[in-house]
Ligand binder design. Sequence first.
Ligand SMILES: Nc1ncnc2c1ncn2[C@@H]1O[C@H](COP(=O)(O)OP(=O)(O)OP(=O)(O)O)[C@@H](O)[C@H]1O
Length: 261
Amino acid sequence: MHLLHTSGLSVGYRTKKQEKILLDDLHLHLEQGKLTALLGINGTGKSTLLRTLAGLQPSLSGQVCLEGKDLAKIPRSEVAQKISLVLTDKPEINLMKVKDLVSLGRYPYLGWAGKLTTFDKEKIDQAMQITQITTWAEQKVYQLSDGQQQKVWIARALAQNTPLLFLDEPTAHLDVINRLEILLLLKKIAEQQQKAILIATHDLSEVLQVAHEIWLINKEKKLISANALSLIEDNHIEKNFTNASIYFDRENKRFKLKTDA
Ligand SMILES: Nc1ncnc2c1ncn2[C@@H]1O[C@H](COP(=O)(O)OP(=O)(O)OP(=O)(O)O)[C@@H](O)[C@H]1O
């Protein structure tokens, strides 16, 4: 059984007057131990799909199933023990200490007294060790760089100890070294902790090298699910991400400028 799967899922927005379908007839699944990257140009519906898969917004039609059960029927408190999220809109927590922010990941498990147990503390320490942020534990979040802050958010999600982890643009605003570092960290976590990790991203070159599986939203607004090699061999990268002045260098999995030479 897949940790999460969709059948005939349509995502988008419904107002009283109209329905705006962004992606439809989605039959997707997420597996343990795999890092999946969701790619597509701006406005194609990546964040909307991520939010729908996490149950933060309703589907237009079709179903999301979490461990075989209809996600829409699972109480939020239970979903929080299965799916952790790192979204682009982050709450204002800059004055918090790093360790306190990571501790928020244990919120779905706190009893009526709201106290962290020994087990909670172990999970927090483990999450900080895996992401290598232990030395910043007592620092305020605002004192860290963007790349360091992103690791703190990943640690918070890890402390939540869920089988599924969704991240919206986890590498936005990071330089290439930090982008690869975060992607490799997520891949390692997926493999070593047997989690299913889904990221929405614009880092095409990087995820072609790192992700196990890619969900690519093409120009016809269809989602293609495949590994990097098949996407490249079947010309999906050229067809959807190149233009008159840019070509895709298959061998190095990189985009390059066409020169007149
Ligand atoms: N609350 C909303 N109500 C109606 N339409 C919305 C709403 N939120 C987003 N949209 C529209 O849905 C489309 C997809 O938005 P979404 O943020 O999912 O795209 P995206 O692929 O994540 O984009 P980006 O790469 O720029 O982050 C956009 O056209 C956007 O304007």
